[in-house]
Design a protein around this ligand. Structure first.
Ligand code: ADP
Length: 259
């Protein structure tokens, strides 16, 4: 679907990119990057050209998720060429810093890193650029939304109260800066025991739906807490690629269709 971004005066599109979708969360560890990565892979299988920009400069996870490492080459125009896996161009702070080097940066340095990631990458032509945002509602998130026209934000949350509260803050921030919230992805809602098939709602059952109702947006999908999602992501073999027929992959596909 096409989304219309309302442009602010300072906003400038990213060269070659038709639409920017951000995937955000209030809190870390709720499955934002995993969701962002899968969105991108699914978009590709739907014959859209999609790229992923990992804007989580402190805790970049795209290199691991997409099984990529190394430094980007520079083009003749001095732009960074994204690294590719699964046919997807990816850019991440993780490609620019040492693996274990602590990222101890002052605010201004973070901003200039973000500026580089937004403006100095040669994406070629993309239907969608999915930006994996850092968790929370700070300067980095604000500055991205103010610099680039964004078609919409997908918010990822677990059904736990504390995560939902932070997710709500995130949604309100996007609204303030006129970025449409496309909906909420509820992650890790149900765990089904592989031995006895009993279902447990570890973080609660329906919290994201209640939040979606409060915000007047949709629940874009419900992803179960599943061992293979974690294992495959850690191996850089996302389930939508390695086991496309599994129910977990289907859950992510549903989200992609809803967006
Ligand atoms: P965030 O980007 O919000 O910090 P991640 O996407 O990095 O979160 O996910 C945190 C951890 O949880 C990762 O190890 C990931 O593989 C795992 N994970 C995410 N979603 C699921 C899920 N639905 N089932 C099992 N593990 C998950």
């Amino acid at each position: 679907k096409q989304h219309m971004a309302r442009g602010l005066p300072k906003q400038k599109p990213i060269a070659g990119v038709k639409q920017v979708i951000v995937v955000a969360s209030g809190k870390g560890g709720v499955g934002k990057s995993t969701t962002a990565g899968k969105q991108v892979l699914i978009g590709l299988s739907a014959s859209k050209t999609v790229g992923i920009l990992d804007a989580d400069v402190y805790g970049p996870s795209v290199p691991k998720l997409m099984s990529l490492k190394g430094n980007p080459e520079l083009t003749d125009n001095n732009l960074m060429r994204p690294l590719m896996n699964f046919g997807i161009p990816c850019m991440s702070m993780g490609f620019l810093v040492e693996d274990v080097a602590p990222i101890v940066w002052r605010g201004l340095m973070v901003m200039s890193a973000i500026e580089k990631l937004l403006r100095q990458v040669d994406w070629g032509l993309l239907d969608y650029l999915v930006i994996d945002m850092p968790p929370g509602t700070g300067d980095v998130q604000l500055s991205i939304t103010q610099n680039v026209p964004i078609a919409g934000a997908v918010i990822v949350s677990t059904p736990q109260d504390i995560a939902l509260l932070d997710a709500r803050r995130g949604a309100e921030m996007f609204r303030k800066v006129n970025v449409p919230v496309l909906g909420i992805v509820q992650n890790m809602s149900v765990f089904q025991c592989p031995k006895c098939n009993h279902q447990t709602h570890i973080f609660g059952a329906d919290g994201a739906r209640a939040l979606a109702d409060t915000l007047g947006v949709q629940v874009l999908g419900d992803i179960p807490l599943h061992l293979s999602i974690r294992e495959m992501s850690d191996r850089g073999q996302p389930v939508v690629v390695s086991s496309p027929d599994s129910p977990e992959a289907e859950a992510y596909r549903k989200v992609a269709t809803a967006v």
